[in-house]
Design a protein around this ligand. Structure first.
Ligand code: ZN
Length: 264
């Protein structure tokens, strides 16, 4: 069986274990069913997620000119504290910015290789945690817009990491933390504007990934360079495919690439 299409991040379902789907224009592949199967992946070309042209992907699935143009790739996406829609100020497209920024946002703690603080739209819980490969997470603040979430994250960064180590996440080199204890400890450092939105009473969410065997030394696959790769799928974690020979492939960071997948 052969599938061809442009990569976008895998869709997921929060089940035990997490279910993963690769969605192409005319097909979707339930990736959990490919575990233990041998897959060939071939690089075919590029298809920018905005203009659809076969131009090298710059970042986030966009070619360079789209990346600096489309509202989905503005700075406030990565740096929520730069959000300005609540002030009625336009960055690239005020209507889009209002729609995305002026909705409930969550500041959370997630543990994927260490405990980190992060921000997401409420509608993206627990998808965001799955995408990061976190095995446990908890909401700490729910605020009405992205800006408030951003300044809360900035304030908490002095007391908790905001980055994770993808190698440790894939090696499953992790330990369980009591995120309720972390949350209670961080409460005092939430900025005054967001104190009223603190979530006092919730508990950890646990996430279980379909991984049969974790790599000891994960090697990242560059499919553009390799042109073709064949391997046996042994796990799905975060947005990574994990293969038996310890090769790993981050679907999300390869958005916009057109690939051909063959089941051998
Ligand atoms: Zn483009």
């Amino acid at each position: 069986m052969t599938y061809q299409g442009v990569l976008t991040k895998m869709r997921t379902e929060f089940k035990d274990p997490i279910q993963y789907y690769l969605v192409f224009e005319n097909d979707f592949i339930h990736m959990n069913q490919l575990l233990t199967k041998t897959i060939q992946m071939e690089f075919v070309g590029y298809q920018c997620l905005n203009c659809s042209l076969n131009k090298p992907i710059y970042r986030q699935g966009f070619c360079k000119s789209c990346f600096f143009d489309v509202p989905q790739a503005a700075d406030w996406i990565i740096k929520p504290e730069l959000s300005k829609a609540h002030l009625d100020e336009e960055e690239r497209d005020l209507e889009y910015e209002k729609r995305v920024q002026l909705q409930p946002h969550i500041v959370y703690l997630a543990n994927s290789s260490n405990v980190k603080v992060g921000v997401t739209r409420k509608s993206q819980v627990p998808t965001r945690w799955i995408d990061q490969g976190a095995h446990e997470a908890i909401e700490i603040v729910e605020v009405p817009n992205r800006y408030l979430a951003g300044i809360t994250e900035i304030a908490l960064k002095d007391y908790v990491a905001d980055k994770t180590n993808w190698r440790n996440m894939l090696k499953n080199d992790v330990k369980d933390e009591d995120l309720v204890v972390w949350r209670n400890r961080l409460k005092a450092h939430i900025p005054a504007e967001a104190q009223d939105y603190y979530i006092e009473t919730n508990t950890e969410t646990q996430l279980v990934f379909p991984v049969q065997h974790y790599p000891k030394k994960p090697k990242s696959l560059n499919i553009v360079k390799a042109a073709s790769y064949t391997g046996t799928l042994v796990g799905l974690k975060g947005q990574y495919l994990i293969f038996e020979d310890e090769t790993v492939f981050n679907v999300r960071s390869n958005e916009g690439l057109v690939v051909k997948l063959s089941l051998l």
